[in-house]
Design a protein around this ligand. Structure first.
Ligand SMILES: Cc1cc2nc3c(=O)[nH]c(=O)nc-3n(C[C@H](O)[C@H](O)[C@H](O)COP(=O)(O)OP(=O)(O)OC[C@H]3O[C@@H](n4cnc5c(N)ncnc54)[C@H](O)[C@@H]3O)c2cc1C
Length: 481
């Protein structure tokens, strides 16, 4: 039986679709602010996935801001203080700039399912947050305003839930985002995930990234006894797991590039036949502001997972949305709220644009070079990181989410390009060297500029010139630009 709109809407302020990292954290923070929140999640069992297992220090600070710090307690989370990048027997250490923070601030690595269940428990512990299992099938729209959702409950019956605001956080495979944004999804590569046991990575409390041919390989601990290994394979080459081609690829092409001390564990993880594959998706944020609805998390914006930034961006967006909604006591004027919330898309840029751009650029730069120019670009980037001091610290400050400054990112990209060009021109600029340097500049710019463009140059670098930046809660006058 359908619940009459006025009764149901009167008992719920906000519907949240999906209780993953973004949805569960948002439900808790809005519940804490006194909102009556109804969360509809497709599967309340602990997720078993290879994504979202390393929360950067900047994301951990957001977790603390949301009052969710204890969600990384009791799940055997492992601290990480940086990343070591390896290439041809040399390495570059990227340590997170944690000096100014308390000693517990670090990246936190864990099993994603354990973390998500903790977030859900926290949300459900609030009397004004209800968490129920159901699959949302569509948004309920009337005259261009979203009034709620249609969902299938656990018995398969179609139900309707109403609320003045619906926040969609249904993750990377979202089937609800279509009417709320302009989704252009690119899948440059897939991560193949294995869990290694009975071994230790070479650098305790650091992740390790091997720039190997044919595939970059990433290792980090996800519990006191397990190491996550992710092998990045370009989408056009992903071998099939079911017919054994993937196991063959991993054994013959990837295993020889793995650290010798991890090789036995790597091979036995393949034998255990639990090879997991997940696409690495890139999707720029391109919202269609819609009264009554809002989109966040991977449903809204995705970047390559090489720097593990997705949860940091999602939690940063949750903090921002919570703060924007805080002064609104009445959510009934959907159009006014929609107009006000457009400021979110600019305010989120420092964190989202820096993490997105760095990840999307690095996934190209760090993949196996296919020609001398891409080899030069990889060498220049790796060489720059090996310079240490301000060079490696500047990059780790950004990918840790601790100092998300677009101009700092632009500065380091320019510095890498200058460093790479000088390397090619020295000791003196012969015609051949000048030609190579020109090709280097051309290819480097064609990697970098489209990602900056897709973030929006104005929103990223000159947010104060965007009128929406100055929106104030309905009822207040806009501040002057
Ligand atoms: C291979 C890989 C590795 C990654 N590694 C990292 C990492 O180390 N660190 C990091 O920060 N990020 C990482 N990410 C990104 C990270 O996983 C995401 O950014 C993050 O999980 C996004 O959170 P979310 O809440 O938007 O989505 P999710 O956490 O995926 O949650 C979406 C939720 O919505 C539910 N749902 C979906 N459809 C419906 C529906 N119709 N009705 C109801 N519920 C629904 C799902 O069941 C799920 O619970 C990785 C991504 C990939 C692909």
């Amino acid at each position: 039986m359908e619940v009459p709109e006025e009764i149901s809407a009167g008992t719920t302020d906000i519907i949240i679709v999906g209780a993953g990292v973004a949805g569960a954290a948002l439900a808790y923070s809005l519940g804490k602010d006194g909102r009556r929140v109804r969360v509809i999640e497709r599967d309340l069992n602990a997720p078993d996935r290879i994504a979202g297992e390393c929360l950067m220090p900047g994301g951990y600070l957001k977790l603390i801001e949301l009052g969710l710090k204890d969600c990384v307690d009791g799940i055997d989370a492992q601290p990480a203080f940086g990343l070591v990048v390896h290439k041809d027997g040399k390495d570059a250490t990227l340590s997170f700039p944690l000096e100014k923070f308390e000693s517990h601030v670090a990246a936190k690595c864990f099993r994603n399912g354990r973390f998500v269940q903790k977030l859900r428990e926290k949300a459900a512990s609030l009397h004004n947050v209800s968490l129920e299992q159901g699959t949302v099938t569509s948004l309920l729209e009337k005259n261009g305003t979203v009034k709620g959702v249609h969902y299938k409950d656990t018995s398969g019956r179609v139900q309707t839930a109403y609320a003045p605001l619906t926040i969609v956080c249904d993750g990377c495979f979202s089937n609800l985002r279509r009417s709320l944004c302009n989704p252009k999804v690119d899948i440059p590569s897939h991560y193949v995930g294995l869990v290694l046991t009975n071994c230790k990575i070479p650098n305790e409390n650091y992740g390790d990234l091997i720039l190997a041919d044919p595939s970059p390989i990433l290792f980090y601990p996800i519990s006191s006894t397990e190491i996550r290994c992710l092998v990045d394979i370009p989408s056009r080459h992903v071998p099939s797991v079911s017919n054994g081609e993937m196991a063959h690829y991993l054994k013959t092409l990837v295993a020889p590039k793995v650290f010798p001390e991890l090789q036995n564990s790597f091979l036995s993880a393949i034998e255990k036949d639990n090879i997991r594959v997940m696409p690495n998706r890139i999707m720029a944020a391109a919202p269609h502001p819609t009264p009554g609805a809002f989109l966040i998390g991977d449903a809204f914006n995705m970047r390559h997972a090489i720097t593990g930034g997705g949860m940091t961006v999602a939690l940063s967006d949750v903090v921002l949305l919570r703060d924007l909604l805080r002064p609104l006591h009445d959510l009934s004027d959907a159009s006014a709220i929609c107009n006000y919330l457009e400021s979110f898309y600019t305010l989120r840029k420092p964190m989202s644009s820096t993490i997105n751009t760095l990840a999307n650029v690095l996934q190209i730069v760090f993949r196996a070079p296919t020609d001398p120019v891409t080899e030069d670009i990889q060498q220049a980037s790796f060489g720059y990181l090996r310079l240490g001091a301000a060079c490696s610290n500047g990059i780790s400050a950004i990918f840790s989410g601790l100092y998300p400054r677009p101009f700092s990112l632009a500065f380091h990209f320019c510095a890498i390009v200058i460093y790479g060009t000088c390397r090619l021109l020295l000791p003196f600029p012969s015609p051949k060297r000048l030609r190579n340097a020109a090709k280097f500049l051309w290819v480097a710019s064609s990697i970098l500029l489209p990602f900056i463009w897709s973030e929006g140059v104005r929103q990223m670098f000159f947010p104060l010139t965007v009128p929406a930046y100055y929106r104030t809660p309905p009822g207040n006058k806009d501040r002057n630009v």
